[in-house]
Write a protein that binds this ligand. Structure first.
Ligand code: AKG
Length: 276
């Protein structure tokens, strides 16, 4: 398998804000990660709140995946040689469930200024039926679309943030991702996803990568994991790496960074607690 993105994929990312789906592991490996995920669920139940956010500090397999050359080589094609991981979220939609994601731009809420992209990895197949993401090509070039909070109970986003203007659904494209494939998308892309109407779980792991010159403007403290190259800026405290699942050292660190993350995500709402 080639570890680099093609010239066309890089061009598509720059022009439209996302790459085509590309394999980053075999379906068998994805199945093994899924088993590890399910082993954690067997212990802690449904992965909500802190159990699904910044979880590279909790689960060893996620910590390993964020360093995978199959993923990071592609990230390097888009961000350059110096790379940090700022976050990891699990996006799990149960079979025939009503959970959805409203249209939103990530760069509206996270306070990170600078280059950020997401590698969204499918641990089960994301199809139109199972509620794959939808994206609005070119919307990453339209900074700062107006959003409003809806707090809809089936919305997987913390505050149900939704782009206020009507999205032209005819212009949106479905991002189908096969098991073991990833799509890479820009911080500013407008995206959403419908409920899972299939009989299988739809399991996605989103990894947020940044460049060291990025900085957090909504908090005077933030953390990230050094993945490749060097960090000459020191804008993010470097995170420890778990040696085992729920390593006490990283669990303690995760508590601090996740609390800070919640403060950033909910800023302006008066809320501090996880909803999803
Ligand atoms: O997995 C989904 O349906 C939505 C993911 C998402 O909004 C994100 O990764 O930013």
């Amino acid at each position: 398998m080639s570890m680099s993105l093609s010239h066309d994929a890089i061009q598509q990312f720059r022009k439209y804000g996302f790459t085509p789906a590309t394999p980053v592991m075999t379906a068998k490996e994805a199945g093994e990660y899924r088993i590890q995920l399910q082993a954690i669920e067997a212990v802690v139940g449904t992965l909500k709140g802190g159990y699904r956010l910044k979880c590279h500090m909790l689960y060893k397999w996620v910590s390993e995946l964020i360093h995978s050359p199959m993923i990071v080589d592609r990230v390097e094609d888009l961000l350059g040689p110096n790379i940090l991981c700022w976050g990891t979220d699990l996006w799990i939609k149960e079979p025939n469930s009503s959970q959805f994601v409203s249209w939103h731009q990530d760069n509206r809420y996270w306070g990170v200024e600078g280059k950020l992209l997401t590698a969204w990895i499918a641990l089960s197949t994301a199809t139109v039926e199972s509620g794959c993401m939808r994206m609005l090509p070119g919307s990453h070039l339209k900074a700062g679309m107006e959003h409003q909070d809806t707090f809809h109970e089936d919305n997987m986003l913390t505050r149900g943030q939704t782009i206020s203007n009507q999205i032209d659904e005819n212009r949106a494209v479905n991002i189908e991702v096969g098991t073991g494939e990833a799509v890479f998308f820009d911080y500013g892309i407008a995206h959403a996803s419908h409920p899972n109407r299939s009989n299988d779980r739809r399991i996605g792991l989103a990894i947020r990568y940044i460049v060291p010159s990025a900085r957090q403007v909504k908090s005077d403290w933030d953390s990230a994991t050094l993945i490749r190259g060097e960090d000459k800026f020191g804008n993010f405290v470097h995170e420890p790496k778990p040696k085992i699942d729920f390593d006490p050292v990283t669990v303690e660190f995760h508590k601090k960074t996740n609390k800070n993350y919640m403060k950033i995500l909910y800023s302006g709402t008066g809320l501090t607690e996880h909803r999803t």
